[in-house]
Write a protein that binds this ligand. Sequence first.
Ligand code: FAD
Length: 283
Amino acid sequence: MYDAVIIGTGPAGLSTAINLKLYQKSFVWFGAKNYSDKVEKSEKIANYPGLGLISGADLNARFDAHMKEMELEITDKKVTNVMPMDDRLMVLADNEVYETKTLLLATGVMTAKSYEGEEELLGRGVSYCATCDGFLYKGKTIAVFCGAERYEREVDYLADLAEKVYLSAGYRDCRVDRPNVEKIGPIKGIKGGMKVEEIELHQGETIPVDGVFILRNAVAPGTLVPGLATEGPHITVDRMQKTNIPGVFAAGDCTGRPYQITKAVGEGNVAAHAMIEYLAETK
Ligand SMILES: Cc1cc2nc3c(=O)[nH]c(=O)nc-3n(C[C@H](O)[C@H](O)[C@H](O)COP(=O)(O)OP(=O)(O)OC[C@H]3O[C@@H](n4cnc5c(N)ncnc54)[C@H](O)[C@@H]3O)c2cc1C
């Protein structure tokens, strides 16, 4: 069992990872290998003490150098579910289960709203993970929302299995080009009873489907961790970044405004110290 699992490779997750490493804790760090798209997209950052005016790309390059210097490792997997148990947490990432004593949520804030019906039908035809659930849709008809280029590989995998894929891309120039993939406009909602039955598009059109895959960077925190206290899109934390679930901490944009790199780094640091304290207390 690990001392910690960190979800998120933005500034908050990086800050926690650095501090846990300094304290020689064992942990797995999940997220994209290129850290944070948001940092990468920042044209100029003017309020990071000591760095003057720096572009997001340059700051990410510095994060990368620091990470390599500390010999930190990123596990490029998406976490789709966390199950709190009595004395441990089970973290599900790309169909593999990781056991940990503590967990840091540094998942950023989800800018896109969930689809109507998404949470109700999760596990009943709605899935966040092609690798985990794709095989269930062999020869079937599915809809896929692809939120970023990095998920195109998963769309290809699903197209290999399903007979027909209706693909809604959340960005321009989606390169998926397969005979059984039909590109559609934005999805408005997902409908069904015991199982997914159809998707509705914004123009009012409905398409019957057997399942819906939603491939986006972030999963709403309350969906990721059942029972987690949230306020709107934000996770409720105290001054030590503790959530309402023992052993679960949160830092960065996911805990609320202001959405700032220095806040994320600071909260990541506080969370790491609180996690270390928790580990000592529950030994
Ligand atoms: C265009 C733009 C300009 C900005 N300019 C500035 C600025 O000048 N100064 C400033 O201070 N801030 C700026 N910001 C805000 C800043 O980028 C954010 O406050 C900061 O990135 C938050 O860091 P974070 O670690 O909380 O989350 P993020 O940087 O959002 O990182 C979250 C990480 O979690 C990962 N993740 C999420 N869910 C999962 C999951 N289920 N499994 C695995 N990984 C997951 C994501 O892939 C990502 O790597 C700007 C933001 C934007 C968009």
